[in-house]
Design a protein around this ligand. Structure first.
Ligand code: TYD
Length: 145
């Protein structure tokens, strides 16, 4: 699972070293439910063509869990639990970032042509989103009280 990567984490947010099979034909990285992510993968989407200087995300989720992978190029992910924040760099296809529930995230510093794959624990549901940081932080603090 997360062997061989830095032990940096914020709550359930941490880097996951994926199983990689590389030979002279190229690389192949694997994500399996129960092995690499603790949730059943219900949805995949990907980000591409992100202009220089643009940011994605800037929202939180109540329940959703995700694994984010830079399948091409690199970008940074800042995660925030309402009290603390930390930043991760995703820069290779066999490295994922698990983002747990009740996490605000912002994706920045996309390299030219970068592609971000997101594997998610549920279908798209706008009611699971926090689009306002102050509302997210207040709900996060309330859950901890
Ligand atoms: P948005 O939440 O702004 O993307 P990001 O997480 O990169 O900031 O989503 C952009 C649009 O895509 C918005 O209209 C919602 C829609 N969308 C879906 O329809 N299904 C999905 O699974 C996702 C992630 C977004």
């Amino acid at each position: 699972m997360s062997t061989g990567v830095q032990e940096q984490r914020l709550g359930q947010c941490h880097l996951v070293e994926l199983h990689e099979h590389a030979d002279d034909r190229g690389g192949l990285a694997v994500v399996e439910t129960g092995t690499d992510v603790p949730f059943a993968i219900e949805r995949a989407y990907y980000l591409y063509g992100v202009p220089e200087g643009a940011a994605r995300g800037a929202h939180g989720h109540r329940e959703l869990q995700q694994l984010v992978i830079a399948v091409h190029g690199s970008f940074r992910v800042i995660v925030d639990d309402g009290l603390q924040q930390t930043g991760f760099v995703l820069d290779r296809p066999a490295l994922g970032l698990h983002i747990g529930p009740m996490t605000w995230r912002r994706l920045t510093h996309f390299s030219p042509g970068a592609v971000g794959l997101v594997l998610a624990s549920a279908h798209y549901d706008e009611s699971d989103y926090f689009r306002d940081y102050a509302a997210f932080a207040a709900a996060a603090r309330e859950m901890r009280a």
